[in-house]
Design a protein around this ligand. Structure first.
Ligand code: HEM
Length: 169
């Protein structure tokens, strides 16, 4: 295996692990802790500063996943012209890759909505008017965007393994 291919796969898997690990930490550790009554005073500011910090880590991972994903495809022997051929996308590998890229595009769109719109508006209003119905609505929206993104990420990992090892169908 060429060294650069190994480095690309290594970075691809690490970027996925850091991004997904961060989302799992937020969902299963940070949010349950800040929901405890004794943490209500700091909850909104903690989610705001943590969210901003994880936003830059998360997007760095997503950009790295796209770049190393393209390198992986190159080392799999696919030229740019082949990526435009129907033959590739009709093959079992191509079908899995098409589904993976569709889910990846959905993740980028949901991450944009969560990280640059709903999330910042939810935490800002949560700090200003914590009991308002609008703050509650935006927090629920942000939570659901995050949960759907995590589920899509888990599906993308399964598709990634299929690209590397073959699909069960
Ligand atoms: C959320 C984003 C992504 C995650 C979590 C992810 C995860 C993975 C995982 C876990 C593997 C399996 C590695 C192995 O078993 O050896 C993999 C393989 C692969 N991924 Fe991704 N991936 C993502 C995005 C992408 C994108 C955007 C592309 C294409 C531009 C891509 C192209 C590939 C390729 C070609 C392989 C096969 C590597 C090989 O065996 O040669 N991935 N991915």
């Amino acid at each position: 295996m060429p060294l650069f291919y190994l480095i690309s796969l290594w970075l691809h898997i690490l970027a996925g692990a850091i991004w997904i690990g961060g989302m799992v930490f937020v969902a299963l550790v940070l949010v349950p802790v800040i929901r405890r009554p004794e943490n209500q005073g700091v909850a909104a500011s903690l989610i705001q500063v943590t969210g901003r910090r994880f936003r830059s880590v998360g997007w760095s991972c997503l950009i790295l996943l796209l770049l190393t994903g393209a390198v992986n495809l190159f080392y799999r022997g696919f030229s740019v012209s082949e990526l435009w051929s129907a033959e590739l996308w009709q093959s079992p590998f191509g079908l899995v890759l098409a589904l993976k890229l569709f889910l990846f595009g959905s993740v980028l769109a949901l991450s944009c909505a969560h990280d640059f719109s709903v999330g910042p508006r939810a935490t800002a209003l949560w700090r200003k008017e914590p009991a308002s119905a609008e703050a509650g609505r935006l927090r629920r929206q942000a939570s659901w965007l995050g949960r759907v993104n995590l589920l899509l990420a888990l599906a993308i990992v399964a598709l990634g393994i299929m690209l590397a090892r073959g699909s069960p169908w």
